[in-house]
Write a protein of this length. Structure first.
Lengths: 228, 228
DNA sequence: TATAATTGTTAGGCTAATCTAACAAATTTA
DNA sequence: TAAATTTGTTAGATTAGCCTAACAATTATA
């Protein structure tokens, strides 16, 4: 059984490597900063997790999760996201309030609890932020995320988040009927002024490149192409 | 903010003093035993809690909660019992499975969470074991509990638990339509063989003194009399 | 009431997770 | 490539909560 703290290190490593679209490994300082501790503390723990065969780590090297470590990390991420979904859907927490509480709830130890919760929520696939929820087997669809601006013309994609979190932008997003998990279809790109013509819920709209850049989406069509 | 461990000591003290119908104060060894630690450890913590003005404690004396300590203890008990209710009612945990998980959940720090949970559960007054749930103001109706055998003839009471937890007994209880929170009315006592005539859900039944002794009830009629 | 048993306390140690301060390796930049 | 900067490591200290072992106070019992 892992300690609260060990779990947090594994989760951080997961976020910094597997879930980040940039790097595949993380440095000691980076890990420390992410957890809000000093590098010396992180160093101690990295050595400990290496001994437990949960991470790959060598002196002065970068760290990654082992297969075993990844298994644990996925369990924690699953718990975190299921709790976020619960808070949002059942307890009427707002989008931005769920994270803090889920940080605590994710450490509750009870397989039965989390599987019952999953069922209670009717096996959701994404949390309120649009992040995929690993299933009970620990499988996670790492969907390629990108901005709406980068999407292919003709493709249908799903909004999973925003980059800009200002109230002004969020209200704008809302006003054209867009929200998390909404399907967006790119109808065309206006050559003249670069506006994108999109369809949301049957309604057509034209949005600026600046707007599109701040909408984060996943596209299962693109993901399929990537798999081949 | 109290630590996980400090919270557990306060909760234990609450259970051993305020909620126990016997004593009003608890000894160091007793507290240690209840928490599964050694008396030396409990001693350390009692001194610490005294410094924080959460308990009354003197060397070689018994301990009790201060007003402040009682406030915290009630918050923890409230959380514990609301979570038990959630697990039982929403996630279909059984009666005996809820406690262990609630022991963990009770330490989640979020006032908002617990108030939303309370609302979600529609402000329950008792948990699945029939124990009263403190309200958001920390008020708890300490209802006098006794066995069905001790109830007055003519009174209506509410089943809040059982003493015997054997499957055989529980099935017996079930078979006469009795369950937690069921109202039971004592119709009469048979002088000849001491059987109690009771009414549950409109149906009459006769039960033995041995049976009645193992049914725990509260009687608001009796409580009212006590208040005067 | 003296002794035995129980109950409570103290001193000193251990572990997990953190810190600071000093240092060492690796990387960047001039 | 040498110097400067960044990144990572080590040693030693701290804190919370627990332990054991020895002892002291209290309570029960002969």
């Amino acid at each position: 059984m892992l300690s609260f703290t060990e779990e947090n290190y594994l989760k951080t490593l997961f976020q910094l490597t597997i879930e980040s679209n940039e790097k595949l490994e993380a440095g000691t300082n980076e890990i420390a900063a992410h957890l809000g501790v000093k590098p010396a503390s992180a160093n101690d723990m990295l050595k400990k997790l290496k001994d437990k065969k949960l991470i790959h780590y060598e002196k002065y090297g970068k760290s990654t999760l082992t297969k075993e470590g990844r298994k644990y990390a996925l369990e924690i991420v699953r718990k975190h996201r299921l709790w976020e979904t619960f808070l949002y859907e059942k307890l009427e927490f707002s989008w931005d309030e769920v994270h803090e509480v889920a940080e605590q709830l994710e450490h509750i130890q009870s397989k039965k609890l989390i599987d019952k919760l999953d069922k209670f929520l009717d096996y959701p696939e994404v949390d309120p932020h649009g992040d995929a929820i690993p299933n009970a087997k620990g499988e996670l669809e790492i969907s390629q995320r990108k901005s709406l601006l980068e999407e292919e013309i003709g493709h249908a994609c799903k909004m999973v988040g925003v980059k800009d979190n200002s109230a002004a932008f969020l209200q704008y997003v809302d006003s054209i009927g867009l929200s998390i998990n909404q399907t967006i279809r790119i109808k065309a790109k206006e050559e003249f002024d670069d506006l994108l013509e999109i369809e949301v819920n049957g309604k057509k709209n034209r949005v600026s490149p600046k707007f599109a850049e701040n909408i984060i989406i996943t596209c299962s069509e693109c993901n399929k192409l990537r798999k081949n």
